[in-house]
Design a protein around this ligand. Structure first.
Ligand SMILES: [Fe+2]
Length: 451
């Protein structure tokens, strides 16, 4: 399965204008699925050291009347533009793609979310990019974030300005898009939370500082709080030449904690929890007495360089904290050996277990044929799940649509892409085929324009 997944990572063929795909989906589905992943691997005479260092692309699948169109474009970041001009790699890949010890590359390859009439593209090494929702052309980056090294005071040898490491998993809470960024100093890590309204204007922000907070991949938001799971990690900058991901390792003396940060400015609270390392959080609930999270967790040490391989054994966990008794309980809910890419839908959690689409805690599942792999499931239209499918034996990419209440019956819709495409990492669905109506102009949105 790992070989099939790896084999999808060949340079993407861009599709600048939407093309109608062969096949059909349930006609009740109307909206757009945006997907984001690494799309350029071989360039300037060399291949990236890890597929996650590939420059990102965004695909838009637009559903209407049982048909689906497809459009795909590489994100034109300023760093990519500079490399294309010079004909060589200039930035350091997070997973070790040389040159080493240069400005970290914002590969814009991790997640895409429609917001404010645009498509926002995320990568943890920099600022979110803003794309036109209609053309998928790159417009610029989202203020107030800046590209650069996420240090308060970088050492002179880095030769780069300070910037922001923005989480690639934004959350929508009521009418706000919520993000966090990490900025490091010698003793403290600043975690800054930002809330944007639907015109892409910054509505609020607050920064809290923690000692020993190295990294979080995801978070959750409730009406009252931001929730983070602190993992026992340590940072070894002597390994920076191998990429920033190489500097992360499990700290056997480190602490696991649930961190609750009130959105109203109240003091953060931290409570110790047993779990070792969490990747994705898919649901959160909180009242005055209880905080509850559904998340994917791993026993340490986390295999940072073997993500998506057989070495990665995630479990869906429910962590509950009783604020009155201070008791923490954790329960495994996945019911299978491996679970990732959680997707909450109608009270159930769906995900991937190897090359299978599963519903956590249920026997309902759909298994790929040999040589095929799936991408992250996304809830579309409240009733169905859309999942990318790559058949490595015939090099065919398709999008499958499942009735979420009956995975085992197989896909109820299927469309085939005109070219094999790299499997993407994350994405989202919006109940709109065209996003521009009634949306702010780019000028009003204050986007930093690309060069
Ligand atoms: Fe992720």
């Amino acid at each position: 399965m790992f070989a099939a997944w790896q084999s999808s990572f060949r340079n993407v063929t861009e599709v600048p204008r939407p093309v109608r795909l062969a096949g059909a989906v349930p006609p009740s589905l109307r909206g757009t699925l945006h997907r984001c992943g690494p799309g350029v691997f071989d360039e300037h005479g060399s291949r990236v050291r890890h597929p996650f260092d590939g420059d990102g692309y965004v695909a838009a699948y637009r559903f209407a009347d049982g048909a689906v169109t497809y459009q795909a474009r590489v994100v034109q970041t300023a760093q990519r533009a500079a490399e294309l001009r010079s004909g060589r790699r200039l930035s350091s890949g997070a997973f070790g793609t040389p040159p080493a010890l240069r400005a970290p590359k914002n590969a814009a390859n991790t997640n895409a979310v429609a917001w404010g009439g645009h498509v926002l593209v995320f990568h943890e090494a920099g600022a979110p990019h803003v794309l036109s929702a209609d053309t998928l052309e790159t417009v610029g980056t989202l203020p107030p974030f800046r590209q650069g090294v996420p240090l308060r005071r970088p050492p002179p040898w880095m030769g780069a300005a300070c910037g922001d490491a923005v989480c690639a998993h934004p959350k929508v809470e009521r009418h706000r898009l919520v993000l966090f960024s990490l900025t490091y100093s010698s003793k403290l890590t600043d975690v800054a939370f930002y809330e944007f309204d639907r015109s892409l204007a910054l509505a609020s922000s607050r920064t809290v500082s923690f000692p020993g907070f190295v990294y979080a991949h995801d978070f959750a938001v409730t009406p009252e709080s931001y929730l983070l799971l602190k993992s026992p990690l340590k940072l070894d900058l002597s390994r920076l030449a191998g990429g920033v991901v190489s500097t992360l390792s499990t700290d056997p003396r480190g602490e696991c904690a649930l961190v609750v940060v009130p959105r109203d400015g109240g003091a953060p609270e931290s409570v110790a929890v047993p779990v070792a390392f969490s990747t994705h959080l898919c649901a959160a609930r909180a009242d005055e007495h209880t905080v509850e999270l559904l998340h994917v967790a791993y026993d340490g040490p986390f295999p940072f360089h073997e993500m998506q391989s057989a070495a990665a054994r995630g479990r869906l966990m429910r962590t509950t904290w009783n604020a009155r008794t201070r008791a923490v309980t954790q329960r495994v809910e996945s019911g299978c050996r491996q679970f990732e890419f959680p997707c909450l839908a109608g009270g159930a959690v769906y995900g991937l277990s190897g090359a299978s689409l599963v519903r956590a805690g249920s026997p309902d599942a759909w298994f790929c044929a040999r040589g095929a792999v799936l991408g992250e499931p996304v809830l579309v239209g409240d009733t169905h799940l859309a999942v990318e499918h790559f058949d490595s034996l015939c090099r065919e990419s398709s999008l499958l649509v499942f009735d979420k209440d009956s995975l085992a019956q197989g896909p109820v819709g299927r469309v085939v892409l005109p070219h094999a495409a790299p499997l993407t990492l994350h994405g989202s669905w919006v109940d709109a085929v065209s996003l521009l109506q009634g949306c702010p102009t780019l000028k009003n949105a204050g986007v930093h324009q690309s060069e």
